[in-house]
Design a protein around this ligand. Sequence first.
Ligand code: RP5
Length: 169
Amino acid sequence: MSVLSNMGDMDSPKVALIMGSESDWPIMVHAAEILESAGVDVVAEIISAHRTPGKMVEFAQSAKSRGFDVVIAGAGGAAHLPGMVASMTPLPVIGVPIPLAQLDGMDSLLSIVQMPSGVPVATVGIGQARNAGLLALRILGGKFPNLVEFLENFAQSQAQIVLDKKLSR
Ligand code: RP5
C-alpha cells in the first residue's frame, strides 16, 4: 500500500462514521446523508466496543493516519464506543446516543456525555445524528471554507422553511 493511499486525499474532508451495531444504521444514516450532500467523503463501519474491542483499538489508533478529520461514533445502551475511541485518537469525536427499547436512550446519553476530564467527546442529543453531521461540518469549516458556504446556505433554507409555515385553524 502506498503512503498516499494510506493517508487518503489530504485536500478533501473525510469523516469516519462508526457505530456499535448494524441496528444503529437507520439513525446514523442521517449523519452520512448531510455530510455527503456537502461533498464530504464518509467511511461508515460497524465497530463495537464490547463485541469487537480489538477492531476498535486498531481503528482509533490508525484513524488520523488514515486521513480522517473527524470521527462520529453512535452507540446505544452501555455506549462506550465514542469515549473509548476518543481516548486513543487526537481527532475530534462526536458521540450520538442511540435510543433503544429500554430507557429511551437516556442510558446511551449518560454513557457518552459524562466523560472524565481530559478526554472530551462532543455529545449531540439522543438520536440526533444529523446534528452530529452538521457539527462535523462546522469543525471541518476551519480547514475547508466551501463547507462554511454550505452551512450558510443550509441555515438560510432552514429559516425559509420556518418562514413559509402557515398556521391553519
Ligand atoms: C450497542 O448495543 C449498539 O450500538 C446498539 O445500539 C446496541 C444494540 O445492538 P444490537 O443488539 O442491536 O446489535 O453496542
